[in-house]
Design a protein. Structure first.
Length: 84
């Protein structure tokens, strides 16, 4: 987060040149790229995404195992019903 603050301060040094070149251009070229990009990258947490993906995989694997067990049980019940 300190990096985002540092970049925001650095962009303010370019603010006087914005009066000459235009404030919209300064915002688009300097502030958005340096200031906000670092905030976006700071908010991205790849370890949390990996943990969520692993949890989703574990849940899907558990559901698959339950479905396989259920199919086996239903197959056994079908055999009993057909033989009866």
């Amino acid at each position: 987060m300190w990096c985002a603050y540092l970049f925001a301060v650095l962009t303010l040094f370019g603010l006087p040149s914005a009066a000459v070149g235009g404030i919209v251009r300064w915002i688009a070229r300097t502030f958005l790229q340096l200031g906000l990009l670092s905030l976006i990258l700071w908010g991205h947490n790849p370890q949390a995404a990996d943990q969520r993906a692993q949890a989703t995989f574990d849940d899907a694997d558990a559901i698959l195992r339950e479905a396989v067990e259920l199919q086996k049980l239903l197959a056994e019940q079908d055999k009993v019903l057909i033989d009866a």
